[in-house]
Each structure stands twice: as structure tokens, then as C-alpha cells.
Design a protein around this ligand. Structure first.
Ligand code: ZN
Ligand code: ZN
Ligand code: FE
Length: 755
């Protein structure tokens, strides 16, 4: 020892900070705070969070511990701080030291939209980052999609390919700089570059950091009506001018996406207001740093081409979330139709070569960059219902933020459902729900599913001891679970829906669960989807359900709503002409008579299909829930009438409703009364259940509750009757939330030892 003196009254503490603390500017923040207080020691990223060693008087350390949680950087979230005593070392000064890898667990920040400071630099001709599309800082930019491993360091991200230049390095080292320890720091001298390729020519991208000329060219191409595949943060977009009907129609034809709406990225909020009517909540949601697509009601006389969202009175809007996007709007372009870079329902393309191959027949041009995408993520989709944001698709900006399960749980993997799949891992108290993966119908999506499971296990240091899955024996996710070599826990689909709603709302006590859904495998082997459950996370009882109706033709019954109409009309002994070919109808009637390829269902989604078909709104669909969306849009919101229905024991009989609809007049009136009837039916059945079980808390879940009108009317009727109504917000009510529900249920069953 060389004469280090340790003052009396000095102590040294190891302070471990857990939560979302990496990639959010936490170390620079801790550094500045320690310097301000005159604390000696160091701070580092470890894979169990941020670790500080602080040496000072007890009073100063108390001040540090008091200020740490109060003054955290905007993107950080502290879950826990632990403090351990260490012997003082007499260390001088305070520093940020090299990160260490341990086998512990830390949370990763999601991708965050470009901040105002970075945007200002990008548009300032005197700034050295003028026109540079990869400008970012400690407070913004990609995170989850560029991370290969933890701890979060440039070397463990896609930025390792770009050594910082002298000036970036100086920013990185200077404690008062906004880019102090910004691991993804980049500039036109050292960062990623762009390349523009024309479809059909050779794949030989030459990336250049002289990006302004390329972006000027791309703006001209878009203005002239080209479809451009644009590489972004979590994958490729296909983009074209949203006001150019020919360009949008071309994109739609080439993508073979006959009706499904495209999203629209708009220059700014003012442009958004010209296209849609926005509430305060919708405006705020559009501008949040997660920058989701927000579904809002479309102004009738907007400049947006009809082909963007044919027949829809809503539009999915989003604001630019990278400097690259912002630069596309610099001259002349106000609104771009944007859709995930994929062919129909395949996963989004992420690598340059993958996009080049898969999007060759769709895009005219390819705008590429050379920063690799480590984790794919589509845009998230949200909608405000009842003044609250609701997640339709949870992906970029939200994944992999954890959901607190409230108790320590065993490590497990939940595989989700086969449509709108996401998967979920658990560790300690956290459930980490993956980004949206998509429908597990293709080899590509199954590959993405397995890749995501593998990547998340590695990043979050999870070794699952159990695997949870849907009861559907034919689901690919089920078969994957059964091939894992782990104890497998089957979870009923609608129990999982209700549990996902409970988990996101931190509820563990028994509830009444109302699952209004399309399709889910039932305990009796029939297709459930209009279910009233009573239970908690570990088990449930089915208390009531929509009466079973036989449907003909497997998947065809879902693709062709008129088949549902035929079944529900027959079932109710009601004659009604349908605008469908007589021959086909006779064939379906014969199948029903002879019970060939017939399944029984209590699905609320099929009931919607039947009514939409009866009203002549939609006989065939090209995307899930299309007929139900038509029915919701047809509603006259002032209509308060209700049709009759009957509840007989555990069976809810909607035949009186079908009969009344067949004899009623006016599409808007009927559509409204149908919604009101379902809301009333749900309230009545919940009252019956409450009479027996003294439960007053109702969880609403399942894909049908994506319907804004039904959710609002159901919630208000339940509230009027004194129920405590629990709904989704940050987790989808559709099958995108199933994995979370499976995880919560499996964890609770393991905890209680009843598998
Ligand atoms: Zn920034
Ligand atoms: Zn640089
Ligand atoms: Fe479902």
C-alpha cells in the first residue's frame, strides 16, 4: 500500500441497480451524480444491471441513494436497488469502467424514436450530422433490435462494425456531452451508410455515408409513384406516396393483400390532423417515444388514396421515428403508405439480401443500410378505446419490456397460439413477452419463432424448466412445445386470454372471465369462443357459453362468413336469402345435414360473421375479423335498442337475436342493436354468476374485444351494474397476448404443485 489514507467516517458501498438501466444513459447519469456529490469509485454495466461502488461519508452516500431513483434518465426504469457494505479502498476519483459479463439477468431497453435534439442536428446545415439518417444519442435510437448480447456495449451490438471516429469518440468520453457513453453513437464519418438499388439489377450494394444525394433521389422516386423497400430499425417497410392512388394500388396488387389496410406515416401531427380526427389521447399516443401505429377515424375528404384502406373509416397513422424517415418527408411528400416488408403473412424481411430476394416482385427500388438488424420487430399498433390506449400488435418500442408477475416464478417458456403469435419467457418476477412474430403458417414464420426463442433465452439468461402451450393438438406452437424435451403444460386458450388480462393488471384473486373470441380449442374438443369462466391463474370452471352451432367446412367456414350465416339461420329455423350462389349454399346445407366436415362452435367471432353476412356486408374475407370490422363500422351509434336472447343454465341462446335480425330493417340500426345485445347478454350472464359466486370483478379478453364499440358498451353496462371491469391496455386482447396468459398460468400451477 502506498500511503493511501482513509478518512474517518468514510464508507464504501456496492450499489446494484436493476430494471431497465442499460442503453438508456444510466452510467453517464450515475457518473455525473457521483462527481457532483464528490463520491469516489466507479460504475459499470453488468449483466445483472448497473453496479456502482461508491466511497464517501455516510451522509453523502445517503444523498446519492436518495437522488438516484428521483433523477433517473427519461428512458430508464429502476425495479430494485440493493446496497452492500465493502471496506473502503481510498480510491481517488470516479470512473466508468469496462463492463463485466455474469450469468445474471438484466432488462433491455426497447427501440426509441429519435429525440428532438438529434432531429434538430439532422436538419441543421451547420451541424456535422446534417442530413445523416443514423443520428442518435443516449436518449434515443435503436436498442433491442441492434443488441446481440449483454452487457450493452458497442462490441455486443450491430454497431461493432463501425469504430467511432475521433470526434464521436470525444463525445463518447466527455461527461457533459449528450453522447457521453452513447454506445450506438454515429456520424457521417464513421457510422452506417446507405445504398440505393433498382429491382431487377444485380445485388451489389455499395454503401456510402454521403447519404444526402441518395435520400434526395428516394424522395423523387416516391413523388413519382415508385414503391420503395426501405430498411428501417426492425425490418423493411414497403413504402409509396399515400396520396397517389396508382402507386398504392400497385403496391396492393403486388403484395397480394386484397383489402387489409396499410399504415400511413405522416410528416407531422398537423398532417395527421388533416387526415384523421384525433382525440387528445390519440395525439399523445402518436407522439410517444414508442411511436406506434395509431388507428384513428379517417376524415371523409382526406387526400389519402382510397386503396390505402379500402372501405375503412379508420386509418393507421404513425409519425416518423428515425432520422431516415424524417428526411424522407423533407420536400413535397406528406404521407407515405407503409406496410411491413413481407409477402402477405410471412415475417418481415430484415437482412438486405433477404429483402432483395423476397421483395423483388413488389418493390421498384431498395433503400438499404449496412447496420445489421439483430432482432426483427414490426411496428406496434394501438388504438384508443374508452380514452385508454389498447395494444393491437405489441412489437417495436414495447418489446421486450417485462410484465411484473408480482411473485417469483420458475423459469419457463410459453409458446403462444398459432395466429398473431408471440412467445414469452419468465425469470424472477418478470414475464418477457416477445415482439409480434406473426401467424405460424409458413416455414419462415416457424423459423422466426424458433430464432426468437433462442435469442431471448440467451439475452435474458433464461433456461426454461417447463414449457407451456395451447391445447390445440394441431398448432405448430403445440408441437414445438412437445418437442422441447421439457415438462409440458397445456393451457386452455380462453383461460390463457383471461390470465393475460389478469397478469397485465396485476390480479391474482379469482375473477369472472369473459372471453369473446374467434377460435380456441375447448376442453371438450369443440371450438370455443363465447365463454364465461370463473377462476384464478391456476384453474378455471366454465360457467356459461354461447350455444354450440354446427359449422361446415373447417377453414372455409372462417374465410366465408356466409357459411356461418347459413348455420346460424338453420339453427334458428329462420329463412333468409343470402347473396350467395344457390349451388354452394345447397352444398353447405347438405354437409350440415349429413354432418360431413362439420364442427360445433360457441365462437362469438362466427356469430359476428353470420350477422355481417345476413346484412349483406361481407360474404368472403381476406384477413382475420374483416366481417366484424365491417359490422362495427356500419353501426348507428345513437341506436340503443336490444334484441331478445335467452340464458338456459350454462347455455346462452342467441337464436331469438338471429330471428329478430332477419325481420328487422336498416343495416345501421341492426348492427347497433346486435352490439348492444351482446353487451347486455354479457352483463346479464355476469350478474347470474355474481349471484352464485359473490365475484364482482370481470376480466374482458379475446379477439372480439378489439371491437371498440363492443368493448365500450360492455364495460359501461357492467359498470352500471356495479362490476369492477378489467381490460387490456399494454398486452393485446387478441392471440398476441396468449403466451403471457400461458406463462402466468403455468407458473402458478408449478408454484402450487398442481400440474
Ligand atoms: Zn437523441
Ligand atoms: Zn463519427
Ligand atoms: Fe383467441
Amino acid at each position: 500500500m502506498t500511503g493511501t489514507t482513509i478518512e474517518a467516517g468514510t464508507s464504501r458501498k456496492r450499489i446494484t441497480i436493476r430494471g431497465v438501466v442499460q442503453g438508456v444513459g444510466f452510467r453517464p447519469f450515475a457518473f455525473r451524480l457521483a462527481r457532483t456529490l464528490g463520491i469516489r469509485g466507479f460504475v459499470l454495466n453488468s449483466s445483472s444491471g448497473v453496479v456502482m461502488e461508491a466511497e464517501a461519508t455516510d451522509r453523502t452516500i445517503a444523498a446519492l441513494l436518495e437522488r438516484l431513483p428521483r433523477e433517473v434518465p427519461p428512458l430508464a426504469r429502476i425495479d430494485a436497488i440493493t446496497v452492500d457494505d465493502l471496506p473502503p479502498t481510498g480510491e481517488a476519483g470516479f470512473s466508468i469502467v469496462q463492463s463485466t459479463a455474469t450469468s445474471d439477468f438484466t432488462l433491455i431497453a426497447p427501440d426509441i424514436a429519435v429525440c428532438d435534439d438529434c432531429l434538430r442536428e439532422t436538419f441543421d446545415p451547420r451541424d456535422r450530422r446534417y442530413g445523416y439518417p443514423f443520428t442518435n444519442c443516449t436518449n434515443c435510437g435503436p436498442r433491442y433490435t441492434i443488441i446481440r448480447d449483454l452487457p450493452y456495449d458497442r462490441q455486443t451490438t450491430a454497431m461493432r462494425a463501425f469504430p467511432m471516429c475521433v470526434r464521436c469518440d470525444a463525445e463518447f468520453r466527455h461527461s457533459s456531452d449528450r453522447r457521453f457513453h452513447a454506445e450506438a453513437n454515429a456520424c457521417p464519418e464513421c457510422g452506417p451508410g446507405l445504398a440505393l438499388l433498382r429491382a431487377g439489377e444485380g445485388f451489389d450494394p455499395r454503401f456510402t455515408r454521403d447519404t444526402r444525394a441518395i435520400l434526395g433521389h428516394v424522395r423523387r422516386l416516391l413523388r413519382d409513384g415508385s414503391v420503395v423497400a426501405i430498411r428501417g430499425i426492425g425490418g423493411f417497410h414497403l413504402a409509396c406516396d399515400a396520396t397517389n392512388g396508382t402507386a398504392v394500388a400497385a403496391l396492393r396488387t403486388r403484395k397480394r393483400r386484397s383489402d387489409k389496410p396499410f399504415a400511413v406515416m405522416v410528416r407531422d401531427l398537423a398532417t395527421a390532423e388533416r387526415i384523421c380526427v384525433l382525440s387528445d389521447a390519440e395525439r399523445a399516443l402518436l407522439a410517444t417515444r414508442e411511436r406506434p401505429i395509431v388507428i384513428a377515424s379517417r376524415r371523409p375528404s382526406g387526400a389519402i388514396a382510397e386503396a390505402v384502406a379500402p372501405g375503412n373509416n379508420t386509418l393507421g397513422l404513425m409519425l416518423p421515428y428515425t432520422p431516415l424517415h424524417a428526411l424522407l418527408f423533407a420536400h413535397g411528400i406528406d404521407a407515405l403508405a407503409m406496410t411491413s416488408g413481407n409477402a402477405s403473412e410471412e415475417p418481415i424481411a430484415a437482412s438486405n439480401l433477404d429483402a432483395w430476394q423476397r421483395l423483388a416482385r413488389i418493390a421498384d427500388w431498395f433503400l438499404l443500410h449496412d447496420r445489421e438488424i439483430e432482432t426483427r420487430a414490426d411496428d406496434s399498433v394501438m388504438r384508443v378505446i374508452d380514452a385508454k390506449p389498447r395494444t393491437v400488435r405489441r412489437s417495436r418500442g414495447f418489446a421486450p419490456q417485462p410484465i411484473d408477475l408480482g411473485v417469483d416464478v420458475p423459469e419457463l417458456l410459453a409458446c403462444g397460439a398459432d395466429l398473431k403469435n408471440s412467445c414469452c419467457l419468465t425469470k424472477e418476477r418478470s414475464a418477457i413477452l416477445s415482439q409480434h412474430i406473426g401467424d405460424l403458417t409458413s416455414y419462415e414464420s416457424m423459423f422466426l419463432f424458433e430464432e426468437t426463442v433462442g435469442r431471448m433465452k440467451k439475452l435474458f439468461r433464461v433456461s426454461p424448466q417447463f414449457v407451456a402451450h395451447d391445447l390445440h393438438p394441431q398448432y405448430r406452437s403445440t408441437r414445438f412445445a412437445q418437442s422441447c424435451g421439457l415438462p409440458a403444460i397445456g393451457v386452455q386458450h380462453h383461460h390463457a386470454h383471461i390470465a393475460s388480462c389478469m397478469a397485465e393488471n396485476g390480479i391474482r384473486e379469482p375473477v369472472i372471465g369473459v372471453a369473446m373470441d374467434g377460435t380456441g380449442f375447448g376442453l371438450d374438443g369443440k371450438v370455443w369462443g363465447g365463454e364465461f369462466l370463473v377462476g384464478d391463474l391456476a384453474h378455471f370452471e366454465r360457467r356459461a357459453h354461447l350455444r354450440y352451432v354446427p359449422l361446415a367446412g373447417g377453414d372455409a367456414a372462417i374465410r366465408q362468413p356466409w357459411r356461418s350465416a347459413v348455420s346460424y339461420l338453420r339453427d334458428a329455423s329462420v329463412a333468409l336469402d343470402l347473396p350467395t350462389a344457390t349451388k354452394e349454399r345447397e352444398l353447405v346445407e347438405a354437409m350440415l345435414d349429413q354432418r360431413i366436415n362439420v364442427f360445433e362452435t360457441s365462437s362469438c367471432g362466427r356469430l359476428f360473421d353470420a350477422v355481417a353476412s345476413m346484412l349483406g356486408l361481407r360474404q368472403e374475407i381476406t384477413f382475420e375479423a374483416q366481417a366484424a370490422i365491417d359490422l362495427e363500422q356500419a353501426v348507428d351509434p345513437s341506436e340503443q335498442g336490444v334484441y331478445p336472447f335467452a340464458v338456459d343454465g350454462d347455455e346462452i341462446d342467441m337464436r331469438p337475436t338471429i330471428a329478430a335480425i332477419a325481420h328487422d330493417l336498416g343495416i345501421a340500426t341492426i348492427a347497433a342493436k346486435f352490439h348492444n345485445t351482446l353487451a347486455e347478454m354479457i352483463a346479464v350472464v355476469c350478474e347470474r354468476i355474481r349471484a352464485g359466486d359473490a365475484l364482482h370483478r370481470v376480466c374482458l379478453s379475446g379477439g372480439v374485444f378489439q371491437n371498440a364499440l363492443l368493448l365500450e358498451r360492455t364495460a359501461s353496462r357492467l359498470l352500471q351494474r356495479g362490476f369492477d371491469v378489467i381490460t387490456h391496455s399494454c398486452v393485446p386482447t387478441n392471440d398476441g397476448g396468449i403466451a403471457l396468459g400461458q406463462a402466468a398460468i403455468a407458473a402458478e400451477r408449478i408454484r402450487r404443485g398442481n400440474l
